[in-house]
Design a protein around this ligand. Structure first.
Ligand SMILES: [Zn+2]
Length: 170
């Protein structure tokens, strides 16, 4: 995997870059954890700078991460486990998104007909949203995308249509 180099990037220019890249790509450390770790090694760098480094100077796509780990012969088993965890979460996301969507449709239909959903429907629907949120968050964490929490929240909110759905059941 070709590695880019940023002339003015503190991470690229530090002597611990290779280890920092490995911790991100093979171990899945968060940008903040890597920034802290670099600080302990005398490289004072912000989380944003670390994120920029991995976005611009290292390829963090899942396939690349797997290939990188293989090439390094480091933590291959751990990486495989993470990939299978992500696939499991993808299935959970797909299933719960479907349930949540059906719940949203039932809610809309009930709203239109002036009816109320049954307690069982509400319980199942909210459980699906909760599972969906959990799975998306867990996947983001596994991918090392924790700085995108805001994006995850936006996605969950967009999928759940929060406000309307809850109001209709009251
Ligand atoms: Zn860099």
């Amino acid at each position: 995997m070709p590695m880019e180099y940023g002339r003015r990037c503190k991470v690229c220019n530090c002597s611990t870059r290779a280890e920092a890249d490995r911790l991100k790509l093979a171990e899945g450390w968060s940008d903040q954890r890597i920034a802290d770790w670099l600080g302990e090694h005398g490289v004072i760098v912000s989380r944003v700078a670390v994120r920029s480094h991995f976005l611009n100077h290292a390829d963090v796509k899942a396939d690349a991460r797997r290939e990188y780990a293989r090439a390094q012969g480091v933590g291959a088993a751990a990486v495989e486990k993470r990939v299978s965890d992500i696939e499991r979460l993808d299935r959970s996301i797909e299933l719960n998104a479907k349930i949540a969507e059906e719940y949203a449709e039932s809610t809309l239909a009930a709203l239109k007909n002036g009816q109320k959903l049954s307690m069982a429907q509400v319980t199942a629907g909210t459980a699906a949203f909760s599972e969906l949120r959990h799975a998306i968050q867990a996947k983001a964490n596994l991918l090392g995308d924790t700085p995108q929490d805001d994006l995850t929240d936006l996605l969950v909110r967009a999928l759940s249509g929060d406000d309307d759905a809850t109001r209709a059941t009251r």
